[in-house]
Write a new protein. Sequence first.
Lengths: 82, 212
Amino acid sequence: MAFTLYTLIQTAILCTNAIAVLHEERFLSRIGWGVDQGVGGFGDDPGVKAQTLNLIRSVRTVMRVPLIIVNSACIVLLLLFG
Amino acid sequence: MSVNKLKYFFAVDTRYVLKKLMILMFPYTHQDWEVRYHRDTPLTPRQDVNAPDLYIPTMAFITYILLAGMALGIQKRFSPEVLGLCASTALVWIIIEVLVMLLSLYLLTVHSDLSTFDLIAYSGYKYVGMIFTVLSGLLFGNDGYYVALVWSSCALMFFIVRSLKMKILPSISSDSMGMGSNAKPQLRLYITVATAVFQPIIIYWLTSHLVR
């Protein structure tokens, strides 16, 4: 399995896109992964589920605009250079 | 990620490098694995042989790439693109491993002082084992390769488990009321063991095509 840095960038873009398309009210709330179920435990150690939900929510909030830019750039580059 | 933090990792000297290489190849007699502190800041590698550094991983990485080129050249399979491919493959595997470690440490809220550079350092120590494996594979053929693979895998697994155990696993769990800490030590143990088990797999993966 020969990786190049380009493969890594592709993987990162695809994974971030996959997290960003998870819709909040159509999907995440249905399976119990909504933002209101994220904050459950008091004390200083939230569980694994709370941390993952936090992570998903942060990625979606932070990467929304950069993803638009990066995706547009990818589309233009792929159209031009195949 | 400042330059000062990076300078800490390159503050090594010859004595430290020799001792660390000895520990990497034969960690079974090393007694004290605790990283020593001096008023809340960790000691530099010059003063503490247990401190992680980035000099050995960087040098080992470059040596591994050169050795890969030489091994392919001996078998007449060399071309400059292959060298670049080998280098970027190894680099991508380091990045993947560090990202997975960071993700698992974040998800399990392990409050350790392992920074990104520490993880890069621990992840880069396997290149010393890889160099040893490839060299003995070139010198002694297939048998030498497998013997060296087993030896460096065991040594590296022992080294990783002992080094990370201090940082990840809790020594005294007196903060929570005992509610959430039942699953935690187990999961933390799994992380340490998984990291250790990953090392021989990646050593084999990155070196077997060089010693045919």
